[in-house]
Design a protein around this ligand. Structure first.
Ligand code: SF4
Length: 159
């Protein structure tokens, strides 16, 4: 975010095209916060939710991490003519398109328009809001496979 081309804010309004929720292969990683929200929403145990909706995928740091499954057409497993868990959708989803990699430069932001017709249109988002989303996105570390057993034990103690 070195050149801060968005100091005066950025326009973005979701056009409900669904492109960011499917249509081609992708990864929606789940952090502890994401998984807790989804378990609350679906009223499921971590083990059942993991079996039904998740997969383990390689991450850039070499770990296997928790990720939502995709359908055969590459739509997100939670997509049903809209996000079926919208209120508790993962932070990766709720912060899009205010992701660090898309805010490196104006060129990166503009290039993402091929994937998202809502970029540079509609609502103006202030710098403070953008910064908040970037921080949430950055802090949202996916759960490692080696941490899942502890997560399940903690969940069972609390529920
Ligand atoms: S969790 Fe919801 S918002 Fe996120 S990719 Fe899946 S359907 Fe889209």
């Amino acid at each position: 975010m070195a050149d801060m081309f968005f100091a005066d804010g950025l326009k973005f309004s979701c056009k409900r095209c669904s492109h960011c929720c499917g249509g081609e292969p992708g990864y929606v990683y789940l952090s502890r916060q994401d998984l807790s929200g989804l378990l609350e929403f679906f009223k499921m145990s971590p083990v059942d939710f993991e079996k039904k909706y998740c997969r383990w995928v390689g991450y850039y740091d070499g770990n296997e991490v928790l990720c939502l499954q995709e359908k055969k057409n590459y739509d997100c497993i939670l997509w049903q003519d809209g996000c079926s868990a919208y209120e508790k959708r993962p932070i990766q989803c709720s912060t899009y398109p205010f992701w660090t990699c898309l805010l490196k430069s104006r060129e990166d932001w503009v290039a993402e328009k091929v994937n998202c017709p809502g970029i540079d249109s509609g609502e103006l988002h202030k710098l403070s809001e953008i910064t908040e989303k970037v921080i949430s996105y950055e802090r949202n570390v996916p759960i490692k496979k080696s941490e899942f057993k502890d997560f399940v034990e903690e969940f069972e103690k609390e529920n």
